[in-house]
Design a protein around this ligand. Structure first.
Ligand code: 4FV
Length: 260
């Protein structure tokens, strides 16, 4: 943790986060960490990610990590010994959040990512096959998180979703610190349309207001577009968002349905 002096003598408290990942296929995870914002965040010291092969914690001479389920049924279960060995080794000195990625977990979303980004140490357990022995969940796991209501072949991709989403909101990870502020979901509204040069592409023109330099009108356009897009595509998000008087007027106005 260290302090970074920003312009206008604002001080930024630089937190660094450590993430340990326990996976049966660590090779799936490495490439994603060596590119873009995640690579820069590690280079800037705000994030360190260590990926561990579960098989390295196997205790029997066959290095087995899975076995048949008691009570029968299809699929294999990840054994307790390697998982207990891994978590006890990795989370011993710290008050780490031990997160098991599973379809039975709490839904992952932006507010949860921002909450987890305040932690100093996460240990991510990636499942495989039918799942993990229940005693790991009872004794070691502090949080169960799902990235969505579908079934993947393994927990490696969900772990990467967490690392990427959390990594980019760590102070100092993104170039200009402010940019995560106006993302989709950070205001509980979907993001507004974006345009760049040329202002006229094959006859398709950029909205005049964006070329006006009139900041008040531009931010009003951005909010209205975000709001309309949210009304059309994700009205469920509106329950959580603070609506302006204009928003509620718009909702009660007839033009809601007209907007395609
Ligand atoms: C998953 C999800 C997920 C279930 C069986 C791994 C798989 C296999 N994890 N959100 N959806 N996990 O599908 O987090 O063990």
């Amino acid at each position: 943790m260290w302090l970074k002096l920003l312009s206008g003598n604002r001080i930024l408290l630089m937190l660094s986060m450590k993430i340990d990942v326990v996976a049966l296929f660590p090779e799936i995870i490495h490439p994603i960490l060596q590119a873009g914002i995640l690579k820069r965040a590690q280079g800037a010291g705000v994030l360190s990610v260590n990926v561990h092969n579960l098989r390295d914690f196997a205790t029997d001479r066959h290095k087995s990590v899975d076995d048949y389920p008691y009570g029968g049924g299809a699929g294999m279960i990840l054994k307790p010994e390697p998982l207990f060995g891994a978590v006890r080794t990795l989370a011993c000195q710290s008050d780490a959040r031990v997160i098991y990625l599973t379809p039975q977990g709490m839904p992952f979303n932006q507010p949860l990512a921002e909450a987890l980004s305040l932690e100093s140490h996460l240990v991510l357990i990636c499942g495989r096959y039918k799942g993990i022995d229940e005693r790991v969940r009872q004794k070691l796991v502090t949080d169960e998180i799902s990235i969505g209501d579908y079934v993947l072949t393994g927990g490696e991709i969900p772990a990467l979703v967490l690392i990427d989403t959390i990594g980019r909101v760590l102070p100092g990870a993104l170039g200009d610190y402010e940019s995560a502020q106006d993302d989709s979901f950070s205001q509980e509204l979907l993001d507004h349309p974006h345009y760049t040069r040329p202002s006229d592409f094959e006859g398709m023109k950029v909205p005049e207001v964006l070329l006006s330099g009139h900041h008040e009108k531009i931010s009003q356009w951005k909010h209205e577009e975000s709001f309309r897009r949210t009304v059309r595509r994700r009205p469920d998000l509106l329950e959580k968002s603070q609506l302006t008087k204009e928003d509620t007027d718009y909702l009660s106005s007839s033009s809601v349905t007209e907007d395609n």
